[in-house]
Design a protein around this ligand. Sequence first.
Ligand SMILES: [Zn+2]
Length: 389
Amino acid sequence: MQERSTLVKNEEESFEMESVDRIIWSHKKDTGPVVVIFAGIHGNEVAGIHASRRLARSLSENTDLLNGSIYMISGNLKALREGVRYLDRDLNRLWGEVSNGALENESNDLDSPELKEADELLATLNEVVNEHRFVTQDLKFIDLHTTSAESCAFILFNDTLENRKSASYFPVPQILGIEETIHGTLLSYINDLGYPAIGFEAGKHEAKSSVDRMEAFLWLYLHHTQVYTLKLREVHYYEKMMHGDSEIEDSYYEISYHHYVDDASQFKMKEGFLNFDPVYKGDLLANEKGEPIYAPKSGLIFMPLYQSKGNDGFFILRGRSAFWLELSSKLRGSFINNYLHLLPGVEKEQDRVFTVDLKVAKFLVKEIFHLMGYRVIRKDPHTLLCYKR
Ligand SMILES: [Zn+2]
């Protein structure tokens, strides 16, 4: 434990957060895929910035070997400079409002530092997209994070077939369907623009190994997108580095429970949980406002909150079988899509959007919509809203 927690700061020489720009590094080419990397959307997660800088140093000397474009973009600059997750609002939870025009609203003078950050990020994002979109549709995005608990590396993404494909190359656990419990993430915003976007979580915030795993992930990502070709032994080397000594199975998981916290200062997770530790229904997991919080179901604990900011107390995961994944990828383009409105309690709202009346449809409806590739969110206590991703 001691060794793994070696501070990142000791390792990275001459690192000044003040010197980080919105674009950490970029290389534009007129042909080939475009890879966009976001780092530090949460200001206390600096490993992505370190890893991007390392990668940039290596790539700067080898730009003639690049078969595509790369943009490394820093996230919450003000929070990064202060070393906190965010100042006023979580920059990775407000993109739903951005989609709904929060930044264009005249009455909104962007007095939140994070709305200003979002405004700048969006301008940068649009610039990059406009730079390339008339030449190629092959733009791919990744978002780099770390966790407050000790953890192996893992990938999380909204469950689209394109995202599954992007994520499938990496030897780490994959968490599907995050968008149904966490709203307003940058990944969701980018998915909604029509581009694949996956998140990489490298491990604990301060661990040196988090920077190494991120760097390994980035090299492999460039390799699998054919932007930069690695030698086979390099692929193995980076895969080993990403995986570390983790014993968690590299399979698919989905969130089966989300414990939302409205005030993190009133929430105290029981000490000692590591990401993916098994928990059983009834286990004491945390204390909140003086009340014990027990596990409502069995599964694997995921992203337990060990910091004073954030709204996600913990998640519980369950495994997803390969059979289900295969079945769902086959069904997504199939004719069955045309008959969903015939299910009891299901009504078609508009093209690719259905509502489900839970008083009528109690059984398996959510599962069926999941299989067909729909995003399912709760509209009110009795209604689900399902829309095609
Ligand atoms: Zn984060």
